[in-house]
Design a protein around this ligand. Structure first.
Ligand code: NAP
Length: 332
C-alpha cells in the first residue's frame, strides 16, 4: 500500500509516498481502508523530528482517518462488519491506504456527512471535547477563551462550548479568521496582532475575567492569560505553538487568582481512556452533527488535497493559512 513517508526529519520537501507493507489487524482491531485523513500540527512536529510516535504506535503520519472496514481481527466483538463506513481516532498511521485501529476507537459517520468531512472530525473534535468537558469541566454560562480560534481544534471548541451553553471568545490573527469564528458561535473575537486580548476579554466580561482558557500557544500568552483569568478560573495548556519558556512571576499571579493550570495531551493517553472519550463523544456530540438545524455541529474544511500533494498541504498549514481542517484524500 502507499503511505506518506519521510526518510529524515526536516522540511516538507522530505515527504513522499512510499510503497510499504499493508498492516494486519491484531486482537480486537479492525483494518480500515482509508478514504481520507487530515493534517494536524502534530504531523508537522513529527516530520521535524520533535514529536516521536508513542511506543507501539505506527510511525506513519496521520492521527485520524475515515473509510471502510476491510477486515476484522481476531476477538472483535461484532460491533463492526466488513464494508461499514467509519471514522477513527489513531495514534498514527492514518495517511496510508490502510490502517489498523482498536474497534472501540472507530465511530460511525454522522448521517449526511461525506467521508471527506468525517476525516476532519476525530482528532480535532475529540481534543476539543476532552479539553472542555473532561479536563476543563465546562459549565453553562462559563466564558471560554479559545486561542487559535480558526485552527482545527479551535473551530471544534467554539461549537462545542456554544452547545454546552458557555460563551466562547476567540483570538486569531486575521479579520477573516475572526469572522469565521463568529459565524461558528463565538460571542467575540480579538485579533492578537492588533490588540491586547486580555484587556479585550476583561472588557467583555465587565472585569470578571474568563472562566476557562484553551491555550495552545504557551510562552507569549502566559501573562495575558493569567491577567484575564477569572478568580478560580481554569487555564488548560494543550500546545506550545508560541514557545515553551517563560520568565516572570507566573506563580504569584496564578495564586492571586486561585487559578488552575492544567496540561493535557491526547495522543499519549492509554487505550482505556481513549475508549471512554470516544464513547462519551459518540453519545453526547455525534448526534448533533448534521448539515441542517440550529443546534448542528459541523466540521470546518478549509481544503482537500490529494495525498500526492502532501508537501503542499504541510506548507499550507505551516504558513498558518488554513481556517479549519486540511483534508487528505487517499487513492481508491
Ligand atoms: N494536547 C492535545 O491533545 C492536542 C491535540 C490536538 C492538537 N493540539 C494542539 O492544538 C493546536 C492546534 O492544532 P491544529 O492542528 O488544530 O492547528 P491548525 O489548524 O494548524 O491551526 C493553527 C493556527 O494557530 C495559529 N498560530 C500558529 N502559531 C501561532 C503563534 N505563535 N501565536 C499565535 N497563534 C498561532 C495560526 O492562526 P492565526 O493566523 O490565528 O495566528 C494557525 O493557523 C496545536 O498547538 C496542536 O499541537 C493538541
Amino acid at each position: 500500500m502507499l503511505a506518506v513517508h519521510f526518510d529524515q526529519p526536516g522540511g516538507a520537501e522530505n515527504l513522499y509516498l512510499k510503497e510499504v507493507d499493508k498492516p494486519s489487524p491484531g486482537d480486537g482491531e479492525v483494518l480500515l481502508k482509508v478514504a481520507a485523513s487530515a493534517l494536524n500540527r502534530a504531523d508537522i512536529l513529527q516530520r521535524q523530528g520533535g514529536y516521536p510516535p508513542p511506543p507501539g504506535a505506527s510511525s506513519i503520519l496521520g492521527l485520524e482517518a475515515s473509510g471502510h472496514v476491510a477486515e476484522l481481527g481476531p476477538g472483535c466483538r461484532g460491533n463492526w462488519k466488513i464494508g461499514d463506513s467509519a471514522m477513527a481516532l489513531l495514534s498514527g498511521g492514518g495517511q496510508a491506504q490502510y490502517v489498523t485501529v482498536p474497534e472501540e476507537l472507530l465511530m460511525p459517520i454522522p448521517e449526511g456527512l461525506t467521508l471527506l468531512q468525517a476525516a476532519a472530525i476525530p482528532e480535532a473534535w475529540l481534543t476539543a471535547f476532552q479539553l472542555l468537558h473532561l479536563v476543563g469541566n465546562v459549565q453553562a454560562g462559563d466564558t471560554v477563551l479559545i486561542h487559535a480560534g480558526s485552527s482545527g481544534v479551535g473551530t471544534a471548541a467554539i461549537q462545542l462550548a456554544w452547545m454546552a451553553g458557555a460563551i466562547p471568545l476567540v483570538t486569531a490573527g486575521s479579520q477573516q479568521k475572526l469572522q469565521m469564528a463568529e459565524k461558528l458561535g463565538a460571542a467575540a473575537g480579538f485579533n492578537y496582532k492588533e490588540e491586547d486580548f486580555s484587556e479585550a476579554a476583561l472588557k467583555f466580561t465587565q472585569g470578571a475575567g474568563v472562566n476557562l482558557i484553551l491555550d495552545c500557544i504557551g510562552s507569549p500568552y502566559w501573562e495575558k492569560n493569567v491577567h484575564c483569568l477569572a478568580v478560580d478560573g481554569r487555564w488548560i495548556l494543550y500546545g506550545l505553538m508560541g514557545g515553551a519558556n517563560i520568565n516572570g512571576p507566573l506563580f504569584s499571579k496564578l495564586l492571586s487568582k486561585r487559578g488552575s493550570l492544567i496540561a493535557s495531551l491526547l495522543r499519549s493517553r492509554n487505550k482505556k481512556y481513549k475508549q471512554m472519550l470516544v464513547r462519551a463523544f459518540t453519545e453526547q456530540a455525534l448526534p448533533h452533527f448534521s448539515t441542517e438545524g440550529p443546534q448542528r455541529l459541523l466540521p470546518v474544511l478549509d481544503r482537500v488535497y490529494p495525498v500526492t500533494e502532501i508537501q503542499e498541504a504541510h506548507k499550507y498549514m505551516e504558513a498558518n493559512k488554513n481556517v479549519g481542517k486540511i483534508v487528505l484524500e487517499l487513492p481508491h
